[in-house]
Design a protein around this ligand. Structure first.
Ligand code: SF4
Length: 216
């Protein structure tokens, strides 16, 4: 079976098995909070991020709240998050730039989002998916691992993996890839000891990893 055909069958089974995947697993009420939560979530679990933001977002809701934050206070408020010092600096600087250069509105284009401190393609793609302005596929650790196990990319570089995935999947599916791969990566295709024996992709003969050494 050709890679593209297999990739589409994998996606179809993922859609069937995870029918209610949210655009984002991070809690938020405003677009400003959404951007802040995505930056905070880098190298942290969504659960830990949501725990911190449940308190944080009672105080910070809109762009001016984040842009006007006291650096020392904000750093302390997110101190249970990994890399909190650099994230605190990046979040406040990003919101100052949004306030001053983008008329106080969260940028809606990849090239604009990438101008914000601490925002790379993964963060920008997640923001764009949440805003319904899809330009690519957000590649996090689950997407990278599963893309490799599914035989859809040979690279470990997220940018290259994204380029491989956008060539394989039609544009109208891009917004779903991140959530579906995360769901399967958490439930079955875990980083250590994937549950291949109970995997529906295994039963359907769609995963080329079976019998091979784990590439990651
Ligand atoms: S068969 Fe194993 S490696 Fe392949 S998708 Fe399922 S859990 Fe992951």
């Amino acid at each position: 079976m050709r890679t593209k055909e297999r990739a589409l069958k994998i996606l179809s089974l993922l859609e069937k098995n995870y029918p209610r995947v949210p655009k984002l697993f991070l809690s938020h009420e405003t677009d400003a909070q959404m951007l802040c939560a995505i930056i905070l979530s880098a190298r942290n679990t969504d659960k830990q991020t949501n725990k911190v933001t449940s308190k944080l977002f009672k105080k910070y809701k809109i762009v001016s709240d984040f842009a006007g934050a006291n650096a020392a206070v904000f750093m302390n408020e997110i101190s249970s998050i990994g890399l909190y010092k650099s994230k605190s600096k990046n979040i406040i600087s990003s919101f100052k730039k949004i306030r001053d250069d983008f008329d106080g509105k969260i940028p809606q284009k990849m090239e604009e989002l990438l101008q914000l401190p601490g925002v790379g393609r993964k963060t920008a793609n997640l923001v764009l998916v949440s805003l319904g302005k899809i330009e690519g596929i957000a590649v996090d650790t689950h997407v990278a691992r599963l893309s490799c196990r599914f035989g859809l990319s040979k690279s470990r570089n997220p940018d290259v993996i994204e380029r491989d995935l956008v060539k394989i999947y039609p544009r109208n599916k891009w917004s779903k890839i991140n959530g579906l791969f995360i769901s399967h990566g958490r439930a079955v295709c875990t980083a250590r000891n994937p549950k291949c024996g109970e995997c529906f992709l295994n039963r359907a003969g769609l995963c080329p990893r079976i019998g091979l050494a784990d590439p990651i």
